[in-house]
Design a protein around this ligand. Structure first.
Ligand SMILES: *Cc1c(COP(=O)(O)O)cnc(C)c1O
Length: 457
């Protein structure tokens, strides 16, 4: 008999959950204008809004917090952090930032600008915003088959090399200041990128003298998918795989709120001495001195420990198995999700869940709201509330209506995940009674955060 994959930790310190009744949640949601972003976290039972900055730190990491060195210059915690990042990622220069987007901002500010084009498998929204803020263009180069939510591909985050070659030919290599790949591909469903693809991107860019930067937020989860899915890697450790992944690149941006097990933190890593010098000059203006950047010494101490923990095989196999369990159970019940599930989240297809609710009545927002009312579970809408557009007074729907359930690292147990699946199964059984929504108030930008809605009769 195959034994259960269990949580590879026991719990020393706990946070109490606050239970509410369905009637209370109905009232809370009404007061939050049917937008769960406006619900207080205290009123949420299981919060699957994001896996960013929501990880549980280990006893070792909390120990690190106590011995953090808060010296302004030359902190011992920075040296430990720098050494760890060099060991895992292999880059010469380690530039600490307060989170991932600060690393993106520095890099794009130095190399972006009008007329420049920056390719990626899929730009994450902060990356795209930082590219576009400089006047440069952010281009996504996923193969067409990876855009089909039902298509099962082992490395659905792979960048289309033919499209990359064509882009470089069309705009000219001098207009591509760097190329990127995001591991795993967050904006594309947390899908992994293969080692073969990383190698091919590197060869293509280097043939034209273009630097290659990896958006490394979920590098450990990506390494696990390579180990378990790509021929030739089964006997390598996740750390060895990570080492090889980054050996093909010239630098990385990293949000340590993901696979760093941190509540805050990030870095920009580079091999180019001149570029690193320029990046440090900007760092001092916006983040801080180069031996702490945007972090406290205790953060760097905890993150140096967290980065190794994220590469632990027991942890990674449990992490990916949890996401897989939730996905398989929903598929078995006929609930449509983006397939295969990625590393950090399950994406529900709300168009399929509520076929009777048209896109402009926001079926994914309805599902997020019903999940909250029925079970106190908070997910996030990735559909027409987030990506719909108002063109000449007419609403244009997004091309997909998804609900993302992102799993914080080491926070919830298997029973919590079973509970989430049960709530979804009940909702699915009674889906015919759900009604659409309309937007009554919205800001001009990023409306999903603060939009106010109300149910249709
Ligand atoms: C979270 C994330 C970022 C931005 O990092 P922050 O720490 O939130 O600033 C960039 N890229 C990807 C793929 C991410 O998931």
């Amino acid at each position: 008999m195959r034994r259960e994959i269990i949580e590879p930790f026991r719990i020393k310190s706990v946070e109490r959950l606050r239970f509410t009744t369905e009637a209370e949640r109905r009232e809370i949601l009404r007061q939050a204008k049917y937008n769960p972003f406006l619900i207080d976290a205290e009123d949420v039972l299981i919060d699957l809004l994001t896996d960013s900055g929501t990880s549980a730190m280990s006893a070792e990491q909390w120990g690190g917090i106590m011995v953090g060195d808060e010296s302004y210059a030359g902190s011992r915690s920075f040296r430990r952090f720098e050494k760890t990042v060099r060991q895992i990622f292999g880059f010469r220069h380690v530039i600490p930032t307060h989170q991932g987007r600060a690393a993106e901002k520095i890099l794009c500010g130095l190399l972006g600008g009008p007329g420049k084009v920056i390719p990626n498998n899929s730009h994450f929204d902060t990356t795209r915003a930082n590219v576009e803020f400089t006047g440069a263009q952010a281009v996504d180069l996923l193969p067409d088959e990876a855009r089909d939510p039902a298509r099962e591909l082992p490395f659905k985050g792979d960048l289309d090399i033919a499209k990359l070659e064509k882009l470089i030919r069309d705009v000219g290599p001098s207009n591509v200041p760097f190329g990127m790949v995001t591991v795993t591909n967050n904006a594309g469903g947390g899908q992994p990128v293969s080692m073969a693809n990383i190698r091919a991107i590197s060869e293509t860019l280097r043939a034209h003298g273009i630097p290659f930067i990896v958006d490394a937020c979920r590098f450990a989860e990506n390494a696990w998918f390579i180990k378990t899915r790509e021929p030739g890697y089964a006997d390598k450790t996740p750390a060895e795989i990570a080492n090889e992944m980054f050996s093909y690149a010239d630098g990385a941006t990293m949000s340590l709120k993901k696979d760093g097990f941190g509540n805050i933190g990030g870095f920009l890593a580079l091999n180019d001495d001149v570029l690193a010098e320029r990046a440090r000059a900007v760092l001092i203006l916006t983040e801080g001195f180069p031996t702490y950047g945007g972090m406290a010494g205790r953060d760097m101490e905890a993150l140096a420990i967290g980065l190794w923990e994220a590469l632990d095989e027991r942890y990674l196999s449990y992490r990916i198995a949890t996401v897989r369990y939730l996905a398989d159970r929903l598929i078995e019940r006929g609930i449509a999700i983006v397939r295969p599930p990625g590393g950090h989240a399950v994406y529900l297809d709300a168009k399929d869940f509520y076929p009777h609710i048209p896109p402009l009545e926001y079926p994914a927002q309805v599902l997020v709201n019903e999940l909250y009312v029925a079970g106190g579970v908070r997910g996030v809408e990735i559909g027409s509330v987030m990506f719909g557009r108002c063109v000449d007074g007419v609403e244009q729907p997004a091309h997909q209506e998804l609900v993302r359930l992102a799993l914080p690292r080491r926070v919830y147990t298997q029973a919590h995940v079973i509970y989430v699946a049960q709530v979804l199964e009940e909702l699915h059984d009674n889906r015919g009674s759900a009604r659409g929504l309309r937007i009554v108030k919205q800001p001009p930008y990023l409306r999903h955060f603060t939009a106010e809605l109300e149910p249709l009769d």
